[in-house]
Design a protein around this ligand. Structure first.
Ligand code: ZN
Length: 258
């Protein structure tokens, strides 16, 4: 790792600490992401108590919020001590808010990174306890445990911050898992563009895959965990300014609308 990226991480941590302080004082963007009608919902009760406020549909959300040139960036499988800080840096430099789908065991291992993600105003998404892509073939009780314990592990890292989405590992949703997630305030989250960044197809292929879907308010799948994500970082560095220059806006995936 270069000295500049190390320096960037330290700066990022300092910024995150400062923003956390502001959040504590003002109920800032990450907290504001909670349903407006349930601002007092405590993290201790959220994993078992019903969620009040706007109902969360059980259908899989695949598109960005908004009505225009909107794109939702989602980042999966972290947090990762090497790649998450680099992805956060690129997002910060481009003033982009994204949605991070966090694996519970990794959130427990790197709670500081979870706090940094939340402090930057990104949305948090439960990506299960340990990313079992075969969970759709397993008992509902197991799926429930994977979903709710994963949520609790993220909440333990950042108390008071909402986890507004659930993305099944590998997209392995079931009707039951979607219902469990929605009942706990988490919209089942899919994607509409998969640039296959995890297979390291090369930067031009990643960018081309994303750019072709822009008219459809895409939710785009990227990864900051599970392997070498240098191509993901490079793609975001190229892709985010390209979108910004064309007046696209960055939003979160649809949560309470179909
Ligand atoms: Zn994943």
């Amino acid at each position: 790792m270069s000295s500049s990226s190390v320096r960037g991480r330290r700066t990022g941590a300092a910024v995150a600490a400062a923003v956390l302080g502001l959040l504590a004082a003002a109920g800032g963007p990450a907290l504001a992401a909670t349903d407006a009608s349930s601002p007092g919902r405590s993290p201790a009760s959220s994993s078992s108590a019903p969620v009040h406020g706007a109902a969360v549909p059980q259908g899989i959300s695949r598109l960005a919020q908004g009505t225009g040139r909107d794109v939702a960036i989602t980042v999966d499988d972290g947090p990762d001590p090497t790649w998450t800080p680099q992805v956060l840096r690129v997002l910060r430099e481009n003033h982009v808010k994204a949605t991070f789908c966090l694996v519970g065991t990794r959130a427990r291992a790197y709670p500081g990174l979870v706090r940094e993600i939340a402090a930057d105003g990104h949305q948090l998404c439960d990506h299960s306890v340990d990313h079992d892509e075969t969970m759709d073939h397993k008992p509902v009780a197991y799926q429930r445990q994977q979903i709710l314990d994963g949520k609790a592990m993220i909440e333990a890292a950042v108390p008071g911050v909402a986890v507004n989405y659930y993305r099944a590992p590998g997209g392995a949703f079931t009707p039951e898992s979607r219902a469990i997630a929605a009942a706990h305030g988490m919209r089942p989250l899919g994607w509409s563009v998969d640039p296959r960044d995890w297979s390291r197809p090369g930067l031009p292929a990643i960018v081309a895959a994303v750019e072709g879907k822009l008219p459809e308010q895409p939710t785009v799948l990227f990864h900051d965990g599970g392997g070498d994500r240098s191509q993901t970082v490079a793609a975001l560095e190229q892709y985010l300014p390209w979108l910004r220059a064309r007046s696209y806006t960055f939003t979160f995936p649809a949560r309470t609308a179909p």
